[in-house]
Write a protein that binds this ligand. Structure first.
Ligand code: DAH
Length: 354
């Protein structure tokens, strides 16, 4: 190895400075310093070593250069540290050189996802989406739907009244006693009052009942109401609509079954069952071995309802249905406990693909 000459001193100083300016962190800078000034294997240390093995006539010049290099680098290092101290962050300040923290993206609630999907299916079949008030009066929630004053659903044990009803008082269209709606069927009434046939709507929304919390009940849950009114609408249209819905929502091979039932606002009335898409009707835990799963109620609109809203009951026919959105979500995603939808535990909510 040829002995370092005077030019080598300048070269080393220059490269020390370049490396120091490229140091991003204090630790990087310390590593640069150690490479030049460290006790072992550093540039200065190796120059010092050369002195001992150099020829006698070279020792003096070599010693001078090694010292010059050492002192220059030490001086520059001291200057660098002084300015680093000056620019050091006050404690607690933000280090803008740190990598950023990715914000967690919010996502839609599983009930919103299911409702959106249901809305999409019905919209594609030509239904419009409408809404109605959650605070209702008895007339829209009960009377107009052919539920007489003594109907058990009007009982204060079941309904959350905002103002106490006076027993035995007559019910009129301008009855202003308020309550939290117990079903979305009240939206049918409001929509028909404001629009003439043909009608094709679905109305999603929250409903309230005086239920205690358990695996399958919450005092607030959500429904989707459906209503179609026009000339010559038949039970076959109702079944076709719900079958098309079930096939898109659950499985292309889903079947729909109507079980005779009773609702004051429909005649005939039925409960809607869907063939279990887990076991294809064979019977499994989800369908309680019956092969069928209930998702709501439906029927042909009762003429008394048409009369209440001022439609010509002789001319028009229509169908209506009400589907529990939690029920659809529970079945689609096999959720064991309805309360999970309302507890807002992120560990639960994060499992649903948005
Ligand atoms: N309103 C009923 C409920 O809350 C559901 C329902 C049944 C809605 C039959 C309808 C219908 O429109 O025709 O359980």
């Amino acid at each position: 190895m040829s002995l370092p000459d005077q030019a080598a001193v300048q070269t080393q100083i220059a490269s020390f400075e370049t490396e120091l300016t490229h140091a991003r962190t204090a630790r990087d800078a310390q590593a640069v310093r150690d490479r030049y000034l460290g006790r072992k294997n550093s540039v200065v240390a190796s120059w010092m070593q050369l002195i001992s093995s150099a020829a006698l006539e070279d020792k003096k010049a070599l010693g001078q250069r090694a010292n010059e290099l050492k002192q220059s680098i030490e001086a520059r290092w001291a200057a660098y540290q002084a300015s680093a101290d000056q620019h050091a962050r006050p404690s607690g300040a933000i280090d803008v050189t740190l990598p950023g923290r990715a914000p967690t993206l919010g996502r839609r609630h599983p009930l919103t996802l299911v409702r959106d999907r249901m809305e999409g299916i019905f919209t594609r079949m030509g239904f419009a989406i409408v809404e109605g008030p959650e605070i209702e009066d008895e007339w829209h929630c009960f009377d107009a739907l052919n539920m007489p004053a003594e109907h058990p659903a009007r009982d204060m044990q079941d309904t959350l009244y905002l103002a106490t009803p006076v027993l035995g008082e007559s019910r009129r269209a301008d009855d202003k006693r308020t309550m939290l709606r117990t079903h979305t069927s009240s939206i049918q009434v409001r929509y028909m009052q404001a629009h003439q046939p043909p009608v094709r709507i679905v109305a999603p929304g929250r409903v309230y009942r005086r239920d205690d919390l358990d695996l399958t009940h919450t005092p607030m849950f959500t429904q989707m109401e459906g209503l179609a009114v026009g000339d010559g609408i038949s039970l076959a249209d109702l079944k076709g609509t719900l079958t098309a819905f079930a096939r898109e929502m659950f499985s292309p091979s889903a079947l729909v079954r109507f079980r005779p039932s009773f609702f004051p606002y429909t005649e005939p009335s039925a409960e809607v069952d869907i063939s279990c898409w887990q076991c294809e009707g064979a019977g499994c835990a989800m369908c309680k071995r019956t092969g069928w799963i209930e998702i709501g109620g439906c029927g042909m609109v009762h003429p008394a309802v048409f009369e209440a809203v001022g439609y010509d009951a002789e001319r028009y026919t229509g169908f209506a249905f009400g589907i529990g959105i939690e029920r659809v979500a529970i079945l689609r995603h096999q959720v064991q406990d309805i309360r999970l939808f309302f507890e807002n535990d992120l560990r639960f909510l994060e499992q649903f693909p948005y």
